[in-house]
Design a protein around this ligand. Structure first.
Ligand code: ADP
Ligand code: MG
Length: 232
């Protein structure tokens, strides 16, 4: 069987503001992303990348067109369905968004709290294993302020992936990192997602990581196009 699309976008438009201030930021976006694909989205600042990512992530409501994520139509979807879809998505943002009052393990374990079927003890074990997978086994009881930028971003990856989400959405996850840490972080994300069969959609300005992608999409002025050649 050919891989199924986990994300199907068909002629999506998006607007911010109302009345005279209404401004269109996405124009006729259409794309399909298949199970297990690693897709990178590039494009200038302000072109609409984050807006599209938050629509796909069910973090904001779709307005026009069809947006199917994991076989659910998100346009005009009730909020309980959006919540259900979000449970199958791992999010990684530019700023790590870790809670400063929790240790690395507690931060990772937190994303299993949504999953009632996982016991406290199992959650702790899975969190520790995931920290081990991102190379931070010895840092499980460290607080965010005791970790470097790259280490914090690795905790954020562990947190996003510990629940084995079907889709991982990452918005400029390497922006605050030096070259080596940025590369490490993306490679860890890619390896773990491949192991779990997750689909990755990653927004980046970082030309040095384009080669991890199976496919590259380019956003410009709210319009999406495919890039056939990978820029070196
Ligand atoms: P990118 O992630 O590519 O930098 P964004 O999706 O963040 O672009 O923004 C696309 C456009 O939408 C920009 O012109 C931005 O100013 C505008 N925009 C983003 N979020 C909002 C918002 N909450 N309200 C109004 N305009 C917004
Ligand atoms: Mg953005």
């Amino acid at each position: 069987m050919p891989p199924e699309p986990v994300i199907s976008i068909d002629r999506v438009n998006h607007y911010f503001g109302t009345g005279q201030l209404r401004k269109q930021v996405l124009y006729e976006i259409s794309a399909e992303i298949l199970a297990g694909e690693v897709v990178i989205m590039t494009g200038p600042s302000g072109s609409g990348k984050t807006t599209l990512l938050t629509l796909i992530g069910a973090l904001r409501s779709a307005q026009e067109g069809s947006l199917r994520v994991l076989n659910q139509e998100l346009n005009h979807a009730p909020s309980d369905l959006l919540v259900q879809v979000r449970r199958n998505i791992g999010y990684i943002f530019q700023a790590h968004n870790l809670l400063n009052s929790l240790t690395a393990r507690q931060n990772v374990q937190m994303s299993l709290d949504l999953h009632e079927e996982v016991s406290e003890k199992a959650a702790q074990k899975q969190a520790e294993e995931m920290l081990d997978a991102v190379g931070l086994a010895t840092h499980a009881s460290y607080y965010p302020h005791e970790l470097s930028g790259g280490q914090k971003q690795r905790v954020a990856i562990a947190r996003a992936l510990v629940s084995q989400p079907k889709i991982v959405l990452a918005d400029e996850p390497t922006a605050a990192l030096d070259k080596k840490s940025g590369r490490d972080v993306v490679e860890i994300m890619q390896t773990l997602a491949k192991q779990q069969g997750s689909t990755i959609l990653l927004v980046t300005h970082d030309n040095r990581i384009l080669d991890v992608a199976d496919r590259i999409l380019n956003m410009e002025d709210g319009r999406l196009s495919s890039l056939s050649a990978i820029a070196a």
